[in-house]
Design a protein around this ligand. Structure first.
Ligand SMILES: *Cc1c(COP(=O)(O)O)cnc(C)c1O
Length: 420
């Protein structure tokens, strides 16, 4: 074992990791484009854009330049009592991209906090009004993050079950794929006990890239809004082009009230998140009493470097070249989908934008089960980073991927199906 690996084992505690059975981890020393390189010079193709963040490829020169320039002007300034141009410029740019009903942006540091802010603001909106609305409506198997509010809104399971007695009051409905679920949602929402309805629009990421139709979701959002329940689109995973449109909510026929953004927001360069709100919600906090303000914040709120990276990342996303790549990846995925649909070991082959997913037919659907671990190890040994979720294999390549590199990913999927 290398010295770095040894020191890692001595000192570090990794996320989502049972260290009892962990093989030593590759130590990555460099990243460029779609590749990582470890200390021995082995390359790994980043097939999931490093947890759905580095969509424009690693170490993109335009992101580096933007950061380098920003660093020399203003590194960090507290956002309570001060403002700065990178945050203001980013807000203008982002509000142009978001639906028209979005008016005010609140910064935080990661996807979980973006969700915390959305939930906290929804609850406090009603507290400020003196109206009792304490429940949250959510979807089964959702994933909204690992902090307590975000955990509460997530589905019950491996990640949340230890804490289920210590969470906010959340009622869950199945994925909206039929009229029965809409009916169930209506019965709940019509009680007017719900402050918010939170969902991952069209694709539930961590649940295993579960995809669902826009129509039933639009109906539920409409019902929520008729009852003055706020619709929170958690676009932390889906945002910034992954579904083929800027936001997955662009496929809906009604606009959500709140958006949670993070992950690809800075092109994976720095941790940052934004929760965006309608004017109505913002206005619900204006009052002579300072206690009715949204008394929430994080030390690194609106860090100027993060803002500069986000501005550059959005410019990259808007380039025709990037849009063409997204469309091209989508077309390639559709071809691979029709091939995989005929594969005897595979079911539920699905594609949305640059996201491709399939389920391996198996009894072993455990999140970190034997099948999953075997597939994961196969990919790693072959220099490909894919993290199957239970029996689901998914691909979410950076937009800059080349034809030979995408074909390499497909080939490794074909191969893994021969060894399981
Ligand atoms: C990843 C994710 C989160 C949590 O984001 P973190 O930055 O990991 O806290 C929340 N919601 C969705 C949909 C996500 O995919």
């Amino acid at each position: 074992m290398s010295v770095w690996k040894q020191k890692d084992q001595e000192n570090l505690w990794h996320p989502y990791t049972q260290h009892q059975h962990l093989p030593d981890l590759p130590v990555i020393v460099k990243a460029k484009g779609v590749y990582f390189y470890d200390e021995d010079g082995k390359s790994y193709l980043d097939g999931i854009s490093s947890w759905w963040t580095c969509c424009f490829g690693h170490a993109h020169p335009e992101l580096i330049t933007a950061l380098h320039q920003q660093m020399q002007e203003l590194d960090h300034v507290l956002f309570g009592g001060f403002s700065h141009t990178p945050a203001i410029q980013l807000s203008e740019k982002l509000l142009q991209l978001l639906p028209d009903n979005q008016a005010k942006l609140f910064f935080s540091d990661n996807g979980s906090t973006a969700v915390e802010v959305a939930i906290k603001a929804s609850l406090q909106f009603f507290i400020n009004k003196g109206v009792k609305r304490t429940k949250i409506l959510a979807l089964e198997d959702a994933y909204h993050g690992d902090t307590f509010g975000a955990m509460a809104a997530s589905g019950l399971g491996l990640f949340t079950e230890h804490f289920k007695d210590q969470l906010l009051e959340v009622v869950r409905i199945p994925l909206p794929t039929c009229d029965e679920v809409v009916k169930k949602a209506k019965d709940l929402l019509d009680t007017q006990e719900f402050a918010a309805f939170i969902f991952e629009p069209l694709v539930q990421g961590a649940a295993g890239m579960r995809m669902y139709d826009a129509n039933f979701l639009s109906e539920i959002i409409q019902i929520a809004q008729n009852n003055r329940t706020f619709a929170i689109a958690d676009e932390v995973m889906t945002g910034f082009g992954k579904t083929g449109k800027t936001f997955a909510s662009n496929y809906l026929s009604v606009n959500p009230d709140i958006f949670c953004l993070s992950k690809a927001l800075t092109g994976g360069m720095l941790p940052m998140a934004i929760t965006s709100f309608t004017q109505t919600i913002y206005d619900g906090f204006l009052h002579n009493e300072s206690g009715k303000a949204l008394l929430h914040g994080h030390t690194f709120t609106a860090n100027p470097l993060g803002c500069a990276a986000a501005i550059a990342a959005i410019s990259l996303m808007e380039k025709q070249e990037t849009q063409n790549q997204i469309q091209w990846i989508h077309q390639q995925h559709l071809q691979f989908q029709s091939e995989m649909q005929r594969h005897p070991k595979v079911e539920n082959v699905r594609v949305m934008g640059v996201i491709f997913a399939l389920d391996v037919i198996s009894e072993d659907k455990e999140y970190y089960g034997n099948l999953r671990n075997k597939m994961y190890q196969f990919f790693i040994q072959n220099g490909l980073i894919l993290r199957p979720i239970g029996n689901t294999i998914y691909l979410l390549p950076p937009y800059v991927i080349l034809p030979t590199e995408l074909e390499f990913m497909y080939e490794k999927v074909r191969e893994v199906l021969t060894i399981i």
